[in-house]
Design a protein around this ligand. Structure first.
Ligand SMILES: Nc1ncnc2c1ncn2[C@@H]1O[C@H](COP(=O)(O)OP(=O)(O)OP(=O)(O)O)[C@@H](O)[C@H]1O
Length: 245
């Protein structure tokens, strides 16, 4: 089987407080006496590998590193420790919605995003109408992206990203914004992509959705990978840990 993603001792740290890095006093302290900057590890020592066609659910409480893990896989963030190797292109449907530009129109954003992922103008021309139709935003094609409602933004982003010919799909909680009918449409598209053999990371707090798509789960707690196994096993462990908290 082809390994699509492999992480080894992956770690990333953030500052809790932007101004907390150095105090004035620190400037005069010797190097080893400087107070520790106010940093914490959002992910620490995370190792796993993913094979082609796997659908992975990323599970954990708020703020435990799930979205950060997806950003590292998308390579929009770089680790402070360890490595992440990704074989093949990534179609990211994450918070930063694949680089959509506020001031550009819907049409220009479609061409920009698809173009950045290697599609030619002719290829985009061929599927442009279908993208707009899928998103159900006919009539808004010349509207700047920033003037769309949050649901409409997710619709157009999903419509484009899910059309990209990339082997890896990352889906963060963004779909929660869409209405129920649209969400179901997206879920059917995701099922189609999985049936074609795409590899997917799916972050959600909804057990039913996780069980619907994912065969395997990664359970993150305080930035550590505490369990990697079949999704049912991961969810029951997660529920057991947090049942009465
Ligand atoms: N760019 C950043 N700068 C500083 N801290 C950050 C940054 N991105 C994330 N964090 C912090 O890292 C931790 C993990 O955040 P992350 O968004 O990965 O959590 P999550 O598991 O996806 O949470 P949720 O379920 O709430 O979406 C949080 O404490 C968050 O505040």
């Amino acid at each position: 089987m082809a390994v699509m993603i492999a992480t080894e001792g992956l770690g990333i740290r953030f500052r809790r407080n932007r101004r907390g890095r150095r105090s004035f006093k620190d400037l005069f302290a010797s190097k080893h006496r400087r107070s520790r900057p106010n940093e914490f590890w959002a992910l620490k020592d995370v190792s796993f590998s993913v094979e082609r066609g796997e659908a992975i659910g990323v599970v954990g409480r708020n703020g435990q590193g799930k979205s950060t893990l997806l950003k590292l896989v998308a390579q929009v963030m770089l680790p402070d420790e360890g490595s992440v190797r990704v074989h093949g292109g990534v179609a990211p449907l994450i918070e930063i919605t694949g680089g959509f530009v506020d001031d550009l129109t819907v049409r220009d954003n479609v061409y920009l995003t698809a173009g950045l992922h290697g599609m030619t103008k002719r290829e985009i021309d061929a599927c442009y109408d279908e993208i707009i139709e899928f998103a159900e935003i006919q009539g808004f094609e010349e509207t700047p992206y920033k003037h769309l409602s949050s649901g409409m933004r997710v619709r157009i982003a999903f419509a484009v990203i899910s059309r990209l010919d990339e082997p890896i799909l990352l889906v963060d909680e963004v779909l929660a914004v869409g209405d129920k009918a649209f969400r179901e449409k997206c879920y059917r598209r995701i099922e189609q992509l999985l049936a074609e053999g795409r590899t997917m990371f799916f972050v959600s707090h909804n057990e039913r959705d996780l069980k619907r798509f994912c065969t395997r789960g990664l359970y993150l707690d305080k930035g550590r990978l505490v369990h990697d196994g079949p999704i049912d096993e991961v969810l029951s462990l997660y529920n057991r840990h947090y049942a009465d908290k």
